[in-house]
Design a binder for this molecule. Structure first.
Ligand SMILES: NC(=O)C1=CN([C@@H]2O[C@H](COP(=O)(O)OP(=O)(O)OC[C@H]3O[C@@H](n4cnc5c(N)ncnc54)[C@H](OP(=O)(O)O)[C@@H]3O)[C@@H](O)[C@H]2O)C=CC1
Ligand SMILES: O=C(O)CCC(=O)C(=O)O
Length: 447
């Protein structure tokens, strides 16, 4: 049946079965470009239709979320959980609360998560979920009521050995606390059903830092592989959320200079570098006061560019850490023209297909999100381990494990992505991530 597998035919099938889902098509195409040739060389995968099975979620759950706002109005949102693949462990992946959330976006994220979680070496499957609810501009009590209503339905589908959600865009410590509280109430058990929990109730040290720190460690590994150092490098970052701020923090600790951060309204350019004190200011500004990055420019007297992304700023390394498709072909050309030598994705699929071609075609080192931002879910996996053992590791232990996992992922990218010239990190991450899941699925037989 699958003997005549080709990239073109495979993608035609994916597009036919998933109409109107451009982000999902994009994510699958990026993987299929490197994995289809590998599958063709390995008939066991081809004959068992493994790639076709991996592009179909195990199940997709959609539900109504009804909650009451502070003015007493009844509000209705849509909730989702895409349980993508549990071949190597319980479904695992974040929840995103953002008005743009739809099935295409959650399926692309769940699909990416399959490969990412496999790369971590931990026993975690893949899922993603969320809602088109927008926490921006809502009071804490409104967010609480929404989270409780959301969990009232989700509770039926998750569990510590079934599906373990976590945060993503719009879901941070506040939301995870409300969600966990409601799960505990409804399930009548205290169990590690979410990760990114508060330290007082089963959370792990280093989880909140892990995605950003991990991306910085990944850059360090890429540079070391080429005999270069991170010290002295100028770094341009987008975003000012969980990933961007902790990535900036670790880059600074490793000797880099971070000169930009952004939000959906614009970016700040601080030529002097964003130091520790300034980072603390932004953590409070964004995480507690829920303010805008423009306030930073006012406070520190630096440039603010409304409505723009930071990719025109000269740098050695760029870290897109905000959202999907935020770095396009022209942005990639600007980065190349200004001397950028590496792009490391803190966000999921932030670079467009055309953007990636410009970067790799010009010899820029390009680390895809499924490898570079895997540190977050890796420490989530370690949070699950600690919950199961009912103990808590130290920050040193966890940061050491995180660094080792990122170095291991880098090693796998080199192993599977080495070509004639520089390492093809896309191919390396895709093929290495595919193999483990595919072998588990083969072992289970055709079900
Ligand atoms: N949290 C985690 O552990 C992990 C996250 N990721 C990925 O990293 C990225 C960022 O997530 P995270 O930091 O957790 O999310 P946060 O909600 O903490 O921060 C998101 C940041 O991105 C900005 N942003 C969101 N949407 C847009 C947009 N459409 N255009 C421009 N800027 C935008 C936000 O600005 P504003 O405040 O204006 O909305 C904010 O600064 C996402 O792609 C996520 O999937 C990947 C691995 C793990
Ligand atoms: O920690 C997790 O489970 C989720 C992390 C996540 O959503 C991601 O890696 O994109």
């Amino acid at each position: 049946m699958y003997r005549d597998l080709s990239l073109e035919k495979f993608m035609q099938g994916v597009i036919r079965r998933n109409p109107g889902e451009p982000e999902f098509h994009q994510a699958v195409h990026e993987v299929a470009e490197s994995v289809v040739p590998y599958v063709i060389q390995h008939p066991a995968y081809r004959e068992a239709g493994i790639l076709e099975r991996m592009t179909e979620p195990d199940r997709t759950i959609m539900f109504r979320v009804v909650w009451e706002d502070d003015a007493g109005n009844i509000r209705v949102n849509r909730g989702y959980r895409v349980q993508f693949n549990n071949a190597i462990g319980p479904y695992k992946g974040g929840l995103r609360f953002h008005p743009s959330v739809n099935l295409s976006i959650l399926k692309f994220l769940g699909f990416e998560q399959t490969f990412k979680n496999s790369l971590t070496t931990l026993p975690i499957g893949a899922g993603k979920g969320g809602s088109d609810f927008d926490p921006k501009g809502k009071s804490d009590r409104e967010v609480m009521r929404f989270c409780q209503a959301f969990m009232t339905e989700l509770v039926h589908y998750i569990g510590p050995n079934i599906d373990v959600p976590a945060g993503d865009i719009g879901v941070g410590a506040r939301e995870i606390s409300f969600l966990f509280g409601q799960y505990k109430r409804m399930a009548r058990e205290f169990t590690g059903v979410l990760t990114g929990k508060g330290l007082e109730y089963g959370g792990s040290l280093v989880r909140k830092e892990a995605t950003g720190y991990g991306a910085a460690f990944f850059l360090e590994a890429m540079l070391h592989h080429r005999g270069e150092q991170l010290e002295g490098k100028t770094c341009v970052l987008s975003g000012s959320g969980n990933v961007a701020l902790h990535c900036a923090e670790k880059l600074r600790q490793l000797g880099g200079t971070v000169v930009t951060l952004s939000d959906s309204a614009g970016f700040v350019y601080d030529k002097d570098g964003i130091d520790e004190e300034k980072l603390e200011y932004i953590k409070v500004l964004k995480g507690e006061r829920r303010g805008r990055i423009a306030d930073y420019a006012e406070r520190y007297g630096c440039e603010y560019h409304a409505g723009k992304a930071p990719w025109g700023v000269a740098c050695d390394v760029a870290f897109p850490c905000a959202t999907q498709n935020e770095l396009d072909q022209q942005d990639a050309r600007d980065l190349v023209a200004n001397g950028c030598r590496a792009v490391v994705e803190g966000a999921n699929m932030p670079t467009t297909v055309e953007g990636i071609k410009v970067l790799t075609g010009n010899g820029v080192l390009y680390a895809p999100g499924k490898a570079a931002n895997a540190g977050g879910v890796a420490v989530s996996g370690l949070e699950m381990t600690q919950n199961s053992m009912r103990l808590a590791w130290s920050a040193e232990e966890l940061e050491g494990r995180l660094k080792a996992i990122m170095q291991d992922i880098h090693g796998k990218c080199v192993e599977y992505g080495s070509g004639d010239e520089q390492v093809d990190y896309v191919k390396g991450a895709n093929v290495a991530g595919f193999r483990k899941v595919a072998d588990a699925m083969l072992a289970y037989g055709a079900v």
